[in-house]
Design a protein. Structure first.
Length: 326
C-alpha cells in the first residue's frame, strides 16, 4: 500500500518515511485485502482502484529480474512498478521502482534511458519500436529472457547431434487425403469459436517411396465408403511388408578393388569427418537392405546409422488396439 502511495504522491524529501503518505491512506479502496498483499490478489486491488495498474518484478534464480505479475489493464491514469523482496523467513516487502529503465539497464551495454517492455523486460531506444513490440508481446504470458554465457562454449555454440537424421530413410509413405466441406452442425453460443464447415474425408492416395527400385510400389488411390478404415488397413499392410524387408538384414557384399583401396586410405570418417582412433575405430558401413558397401565410417557413426530392430508383431497389435478405439 505504502509503495503504491509513494508512486501516486511522491514527496520532495525522505521518500522512505511512511509519515509522508499517512494523509493519503484512505484514498485507496482496500476493502477485503490483507497486507502484505499476495501477488494473486493484485488483480483484485486493480478492480477496486480503477485508475491504477500494477506490475510486480522479483529477483531471478540466477540473477537479474523477472516479471512476476503484469497487469492486464491498459492506459490507466496511474501505472506503478513494484519490486517484491522475499526474506529468508518467508517475509515479503514491496519496494517502489522509480526508474524501470535504470533497474534493468544491465542487460545491454548502452546506458542511455530506454523504453522497457513490461512482459519480457527488453529495452528499446525509441518509443515507436517499443510500442510495436508490446502489441505482440502482450499476447503472451510474462517471459524471462536468458542469454547464453559467451564464456561457456557449451552454451554459446550450437551443435548438431542427430546424425541419423542426415540420412534418407530406406522407406517412407507419402499420403494425401481428399475431402469436401459440409456445413457445421456444432453450434454452441457458450464457445468462443463456432464451426462453420467440416471437412469430411472422401478419399486418399498412398505412395511407398524407397531409394531401392526393387521395392518401389505404385501409388494406391482409393475413393469410396469407409475411407479411414481402408487407409488404416493399407498402412498396416505396408508396415508388414516394410518390416519384413528390414528384418532380412543382408551381410555386406564383397568389396571391389576400388572400394578396398578407398577404405584402406581413409583416415577420417566419411560421415562426421572425425579422425579414427583406438576408441572409435574405422569400420565398413554398408546398406543392410542390399548389402552394398557405402563408405568408411567410425564405429560411433556406424552404430548411429544402424536401422532399429523391426517390431512387426508389436506394430500390428498396437494398430489393432487403436482401430478398436476408433
Amino acid at each position: 500500500m505504502w509503495s503504491v502511495l509513494a508512486a501516486l504522491h511522491p514527496p520532495k524529501y525522505h521518500a522512505e518515511r511512511v509519515s509522508n503518505y499517512v494523509d493519503y491512506e484512505n484514498s485507496l479502496n482496500l476493502t477485503g485485502l490483507t497486507f502484505p498483499l499476495a501477488v494473486k490478489d493484485v488483480p483484485k486491488f486493480e478492480r477496486q482502484n480503477p485508475s491504477i495498474s500494477v506490475n510486480i518484478l522479483c529477483l531471478a534464480d540466477q540473477g537479474g529480474f523477472v516479471p512476476l505479475h503484469v497487469s492486464k489493464e491498459r492506459d490507466r491514469p496511474h501505472h506503478v512498478n513494484l519490486f517484491l523482496i522475499e526474506g529468508p523467513d518467508e517475509s515479503k516487502h514491496y519496494v517502489l521502482i522509480k526508474n524501470l529503465s535504470r533497474l534493468v539497464s544491465g542487460r545491454i551495454k548502452d546506458r542511455r534511458a530506454a523504453f522497457v517492455c513490461n512482459h519480457c523486460l527488453h529495452l528499446f531506444h525509441t518509443k515507436d519500436v517499443h510500442d510495436r513490440h508490446v502489441l505482440n508481446c502482450q499476447r503472451h504470458a510474462p517471459q524471462d529472457v536468458k542469454y547464453p554465457d559467451p564464456e561457456n562454449p557449451t552454451e554459446c555454440t550450437l551443435e548438431f547431434h542427430n546424425k541419423a537424421a542426415r540420412f534418407r530413410l530406406p522407406f517412407y509413405l507419402v499420403c494425401d487425403f481428399e475431402s469436401f466441406r459440409t456445413p457445421g452442425e456444432d453450434v454452441d453460443a457458450a464457445k468462443a469459436t463456432s464451426i462453420i464447415d467440416e471437412h469430411r474425408v472422401c478419399g486418399f492416395a498412398c505412395h511407398r517411396v524407397s531409394q531401392h527400385p526393387a521395392y518401389q510400389s505404385e501409388p494406391l488411390v482409393y475413393s469410396g465408403p469407409g475411407v479411414m478404415d481402408a487407409f488404416y488397413d493399407h498402412v498396416m499392410r505396408e508396415s508388414e511388408v516394410i518390416s519384413g524387408i528390414l528384418a532380412n538384414d543382408r551381410d555386406m557384399s564383397a568389396l571391389t578393388a576400388t572400394h578396398q583401396r578407398d577404405y584402406q586410405d581413409a583416415t577420417v570418417c566419411a560421415e562426421c569427418g572425425g579422425a579414427f582412433s583406438r576408441s572409435n575405430h574405422k569400420v565398413r558401413h554398408h546398406d543392410h537392405v542390399t548389402g552394398q558397401y557405402l563408405f568408411p565410417a567410425c564405429n560411433s557413426c556406424n552404430l548411429t546409422l544402424k536401422m532399429p530392430k523391426s517390431k512387426k508383431e508389436g506394430h500390428a497389435r498396437s494398430g489393432a488396439k487403436q482401430k478398436g478405439k476408433d
